[in-house]
Design a protein around this ligand. Structure first.
Ligand code: CMP
Length: 142
């Protein structure tokens, strides 16, 4: 069954001029881009998006980082999109990420790790609706 996931190209990805390279990896892995936009998160948005991490010691640093530059948010579609995208991006910490994954190739550390991917189909739905109204989620032509 076709599934959707939310991807965010983070401020480090934008600063390193890697938007095109990372999107190439994503498309070459078979994901279709259903929706895409560039925006600068407000602190309120970043706090709300990462609310589940509010108790973590890295929460305020994460909010500062995610608001330090623009981000690119995308809805990606594919069979098994949530798990396959997490495989493609690799572990949170690039030191632990498998060879060939986006974080292994491009990320500096576990905070500045280039890209976010939803961690479950339930969270994917919540995260997609955080950024995209239904009117922007038009299905691709097959
Ligand atoms: P992401 O997949 O966007 O989900 C939560 C983010 O918090 C994660 O990527 C990292 O950017 C950040 N993060 C997770 N663990 C740590 C950590 N131990 N130290 C700093 N940042 C972290």
């Amino acid at each position: 069954m076709l599934e959707r996931t939310l991807a965010i190209l983070k401020p480090d990805c934008i600063r390193k001029n890697l938007i095109g390279k990372v999107i190439s990896h994503i498309e070459e892995a078979g994901f279709k881009i259903v929706a895409l936009k560039m925006l600068k998160l407000t602190p309120e948005q970043a706090k709300a998006f990462y609310y589940v991490h509010r108790e973590k010691p890295f929460y305020s640093d994460l909010v500062n980082f995610m608001t330090s530059d623009k981000v690119v948010v995308m809805v990606l579609e594919k069979e098994n999109a949530v798990n396959d995208f997490r495989e493609l991006i690799g572990a949170t910490d690039p030191k632990e990420a498998k060879e060939g994954t986006i974080r292994k190739l491009y990320a500096d550390n576990k905070q500045e790790n280039i890209v976010h991917g939803s961690d479950s189909p339930e969270n994917a739905k919540i995260e997609i609706s955080f950024f995209f109204p239904e009117s922007e989620l038009i299905a691709n032509q097959m």
